[in-house]
Design a protein around this ligand. Sequence first.
Ligand code: SF4
Length: 375
Amino acid sequence: MTATSTKPLSELLAQTEFSDDDIVRLLGLTDPEECEALRQRAFDVTTEKTGNNVYLRGLIEVSNICTANCRYCGIRKDNHTVERYTLTEESIVACALHALHEGYGSIAIQAGERRDPKWIAWISRLLERIHKETVCEELPTGLGVTLSLGEQTYEVYKEWAEASGNPTGLRYLLRIESSNPRLFAELHSTPGKHEKILEHRYQALRDLRRAGYQVGTGVMIGLPGQTLEDLMRDIRTFGEMGADMIGMGPYITSNGADMTALGMMEKRPLMQLALNMISTTRLVMPDINIAAATALETLEPNGRVRGIRHGCNVIMPNITPQTTRASYQLYDNKAGTEVGPESNVLVERNIVEMTGRTLGLNLLGSSRRWAARTA
Ligand code: SF4
């Protein structure tokens, strides 16, 4: 157990380097005035290091078919109550063009994990087509693309990177979910074809970087059995792997998952812990992109507004066709399943402007950390 730091909070927040004790203390803040001081500092550091824009990633959930069985996940393979779908190439390209015309700048392509050759080749074709159809005057390299398609081999990552045709707007999100090996093993303990091993996840993240991606990772916050020290080590792990972006959110149970009986934290303290985690990560890694997860909105109306106020600078509105959104429930009551794609930009503009930020339209919005390390 780490002894938490006792220095004045104002002194701690003015630092640019943080000890493990400092991080644990910031994560555990509960006093409203102290939480507000942390939030304000994180917001100011975000402004100073990444600017005033909040960037858009139009999220397209292209398929909920998955070969894995992560115990926390509502669309895991063994949940037979989910209606499975894969969008057509045409409808995905239509979503991408919608995003382009609305000024999104980037899209995120998410699906369950598949590693069969047919799937790999289909994704490659899709990426080639999206690139070809979205190069334009505003975006000379086409839409930025973030892939979230699970653990693959280096060769597959490389193939998709080349197919995307856009080395400056290419990202991959692969969350580690927890850097605590015991917790990771508990989350992924269901035996199966694509068994999950933490070291494999780290290798995949190294492979992504080698293949030229801006690399994103993240964890779940408030997992059963997780401690503040675990979350502190998660932040240290983000730093050690040199993550360019972070996507993380509160752990919310799902009826279709295998660990629902373990319960979840109460909503209010869970929200505060998630916000403290965002702000503390921002202080420790000032120039990365941090996404305001949809799970924040599921936990509390305007959750993403709070996320932006606490240090997030990316939002990922769901632009998946309405008909399939309800089938992509990684956790219960996921927010955004009712909002039509046509209303997204107005909704998002309102959300962003409530925070004093501006919506970064027609911009790739790449991570400054990535730009600095590749300059
Ligand atoms: S978290 Fe991802 S890989 Fe795991 S079961 Fe869910 S969709 Fe599949």
